[in-house]
Structures are given as structure tokens and as C-alpha cells.
Design a protein around this ligand. Structure first.
Ligand code: FES
Length: 122
């Protein structure tokens, strides 16, 4: 059975559960708004400070590039990490109490920039 860990976000005190999945996916699945962009360890949008707890890095596929975003010793990327137990995290410069910005728009154009990147003009 997939053991679930409790991840607390400070200072809000909000929590979510995570098992073997990546922490970013677990947090999004719980309905919490979290900053992210590339999901491959390059942009740093999902960087958090680890206040307590242990984690392990995502296992890379053979030949896959290692995450390139530079991190301090107490930081990790939610998109590249799995919890190993209960944790307490802090997201610098981000408030979970800020409601998501919702904007109505129409797609004006769509263009493939690469195999996994699409440019949308709204
Ligand atoms: S989403 Fe870009 S580094 Fe995690």
C-alpha cells in the first residue's frame, strides 16, 4: 500500500497528503494553488524551502537531463521530489491565501514551438 505523508505549508498551516507521486502533482491534486511552469526542474517556479522532513529526488530516465535550476541546501523543487515522510515546507514569495487570477480570453493563435511546448496568443 502507498504510504501517505502529511505535508504542511507554513505559515498558512494548510496541508496536503502525498505518497509516491511527485510533490507538485500531489499538491495540485489536493486543490492548492502552487506556482509551477516547466515541470522539468529548469524554471525554479516550484522551488520551496524545506523546514522539516526528508525527500528524495525524482528518478531520471536514462539519458534524461538532470534538473538545472540551482538550489540552496535547504531548497527543493516540488516537480522533482517525492516525500519520504511528513514534511513542513515554505514557498518563498507565495501566499496560498491569494485567490487564483481568472481571466476570460479567446485563443487567437496556437503554434508548436517544440515537442512539448505550445505558444498560445490570447
Ligand atoms: S515547475 Fe519548473 S522547476 Fe518545477
Amino acid at each position: 500500500m502507498n504510504k501517505r505523508h502529511v505535508i504542511e505549508l507554513s505559515p498558512s498551516g494548510k496541508t496536503f497528503e502525498a505518497g509516491d507521486e511527485l510533490l507538485l502533482g500531489a499538491m495540485l491534486a489536493s486543490g492548492l494553488a502552487v506556482p509551477f511552469s516547466c515541470r522539468r526542474g529548469a524554471c525554479g517556479s516550484c522551488k520551496v524551502v524545506v523546514a522539516e522532513g526528508a525527500y528524495r529526488a525524482k528518478r531520471l530516465a536514462p539519458g534524461a537531463p538532470a534538473p538545472s535550476y540551482p538550489l540552496a541546501a535547504n531548497e527543493m523543487l516540488l516537480c522533482q521530489s517525492h516525500a519520504c515522510g511528513d514534511m513542513r515546507l515554505r514557498i518563498p514569495g507565495w501566499s496560498l491565501d491569494t485567490p487564483a487570477l481568472v481571466v476570460a480570453a479567446q485563443v487567437h493563435s496556437k503554434r508548436a514551438l517544440g515537442p512539448d511546448v505550445i505558444e498560445l496568443v490570447l
